[in-house]
Design a protein around this ligand. Structure first.
Ligand code: ATP
Ligand code: MG
Length: 245
């Protein structure tokens, strides 16, 4: 399998002051499913933002599908569009990513941005809503939905673009048990269809069979272990030492 994501010695500090990532190296193959584990504030969300191109590393290298990604390239609209089409990002906080007046428009926004219009856009939008079981919410305002409904809309807005890689930041947060089960099945199906999953999670004990690998952060913002998922979650002493359980 080829590496779709390759991070080498990535460091990042907010405002050049608050250290968030310290020399992170991680390789992710196409079709892989990787959980990012670690205590609050260790850098999981920051790493996902680097992978999604929302921020660029202070140092180190990031290749996506064999091509270097950096601040200069992301400023090129053509490169940026191609890159973002291939990575779907589901934020930790859904409110930060929902901004359209209706659910339908929210999900149709991505295809429109990519120049897909008319019947094709409508079909894709309706398919994504059906997959996430939110067709009845089409005319509602995303802002006024429940947390779990918002999460489904945010996921539909990613699914509609059919990206190769899904980057998810604590997708199970604040979801009821039925919605968690639904999302878990969806992630498994996406992965079985060949999609790559990279997911920050604290809910790792209920996430078995979604992930093949775990990447574990230390409190000082380093990646200290990348290993078989089951092996990591059975290693209670290790998880306790890292303040994960
Ligand atoms: N916008 C920001 N400005 C300044 N510092 C930030 C910002 N976002 C995060 N940080 C800091 O960077 C570090 C890493 O934060 P990050 O959000 O990546 O952690 P996390 O592993 O996702 O934590 P959690 O499990 O709580 O979501 C923390 O010390 C945090 O306080
Ligand atoms: Mg986070």
């Amino acid at each position: 399998m080829s590496h779709v994501i390759e991070l080498r010695n990535i460091s990042y500090s907010y405002s050049n002051q608050v250290k968030a990532l310290d020399r992170i190296s991680l390789h992710v193959s196409q079709g892989d499913s990787v959980a990012l584990l670690g205590a609050n504030g260790c850098g999981k969300s920051t790493l996902l933002k680097v992978i999604n191109g929302l921020i660029t590393a202070d140092s180190g290298a990031f290749d996506f599908d064999g091509t270097a990604v950096n601040g200069r390239k992301l400023k090129d609209p053509q490169f940026s569009r191609r890159f973002h089409k291939r990575i779907g990002f589901i934020f930790q906080n859904s409110d930060a990513q929902l901004f359209c007046p209706t659910v339908y428009e929210e999900i149709a926004f991505g295809p429109q941005q990519l120049g897909i219009s008319g019947d094709e856009a409508r079909k894709r939008t309706e398919d994504a809503m059906r997959l996430l079981q939110i067709s009845t919410l089409a005319d509602r305002a995303p802002y006024h939905l429940s947390g779990g409904e918002k999460k489904r809309v945010a996921i539909a807005a990613a699914v509609v673009l059919n990206p190769d890689v899904y980057v998810l930041d604590e997708p199970m947060n604040n979801l009821d048990p039925k919605t968690r089960r639904f999302l878990r099945q969806l992630l498994i199906r996406l992965n079985q269809a060949g999609k790559t999953l990279i997911c920050a999670t604290h809910d790792f004990e209920n996430a078995g069979d979604i992930f093949r690998k775990a990447a574990v952060f230390s409190a000082d913002h380093r990646l200290i272990r990348v290993d078989d998922y089951e092996k990591v979650i059975r290693d209670r002493a290790f998880l306790e030492a890292q303040n994960i359980i």
